[in-house]
Design a protein around this ligand. Structure first.
Ligand code: HEC
Ligand code: HEC
Length: 219
């Protein structure tokens, strides 16, 4: 049927590629050694949580790592051009974005018939609750709402459409380390306004209170 064939040929170039989640899951095996099986991160934020982040944000970071625009010695060999074509970046980003990490384990009766200890153990591995950091929560909440919420969300969970990462649910140590990188110009905070040095407007104590507040949002 030549007419049909012709239509297909016309359509194919404009069709966006759908991410392949199975390939993403496979790639994740190389990431899991550092970021955890479920992208939950570890070592108190030496390895950040990457699960549940907007996939466009994850893609952007992987491109930045690959293009050596965001330094990351630990990851250099994993995101090398030969190992990580654009399609792979899209697949792993979509896979990670789809992982939900609960903040607590739902109560169950372990003596009930049909209790599955192994499934329970797997479920427990996905639970991520950021340890509470002491600080002035009230001051932190006010600052967060006024200065950060418009982009990072009222609940600190980020913004999928605008590729803004969550801050609640991310390790405090990791977030603080990133502030230093933004202030030193190693990372760019707002890609739509690269000259904007938003975080430089706050004292260390103010930023600490913001992160303390964010650390209790998932309690
Ligand atoms: C050898 C350890 C290691 C491996 C393997 C690794 N990473 Fe990382 N990754 C890191 C470290 C360390 C950081 C934090 C760098 C920093 O502090 O800026 C990081 C940061 C990231 C970030 C930035 C997160 C954010 O919120 O800014 C993303 C995204 C990421 N990794 C994705 C991946 C993916 C996808 C893979 C697998 C293809 C992977 N990583 C493999 C160590 C690793
Ligand atoms: C204009 C929008 C905007 C505002 C306002 C904003 N951010 Fe961000 N923030 C972003 C974007 C976009 C990123 C991701 C940038 C990138 O690709 O590195 C980000 C990333 C971050 C990160 C790194 C997270 C990670 O996983 O790597 C931290 C920490 C952060 N912001 C803190 C703050 C704090 C604290 C405030 C309020 C004082 C704030 N931001 C206000 C847009 C914003």
């Amino acid at each position: 049927m030549p007419a049909l064939l012709c239509l297909c040929l016309l359509q194919s170039p404009v069709q966006a590629r759908e991410p392949d989640l199975l390939v993403g899951e496979e790639i994740n095996e190389t990431c899991a050694g550092c970021h955890g099986e479920y992208g939950e991160g570890g070592k108190q934020g030496a390895y950040p949580r990457i699960a549940g982040m907007p996939s466009a944000f994850l893609e952007r970071q992987l491109h930045l790592f690959r293009d050596r625009k965001r330094p990351n010695l630990a990851m250099v060999e994993y995101v090398d051009e030969r190992q990580m074509p654009d399609e792979d970046i899209q697949d792993i980003a979509a896979y990670l974005a789809g992982i939900e990490l609960p903040t607590r384990l739902a109560p169950v009766d372990e003596n009930a018939p049909g209790f599955d200890a192994l499934a329970r153990l797997e479920e427990a591995k996905r639970v991520l609750q950021i340890p509470r950091v002491e600080g002035d929560f009230d001051a932190g909440r006010k600052l967060y709402r006024r200065e950060c919420a418009s982009c990072h969300g009222a609940d600190g969970m980020g913004d999928t459409a605008d590729a803004v990462p969550m801050l609640a649910g991310q390790y405090t140590n990791y977030l603080k380390r990133q502030v230093t990188k933004y202030l030193d110009g190693v990372r760019i905070h707002d890609p739509s306004a690269p000259e904007d040095r938003l975080l430089a407007e706050f004292t260390e104590a103010e930023l600490h209170d913001i992160f303390a507040y964010l650390s209790i949002l998932d309690d």
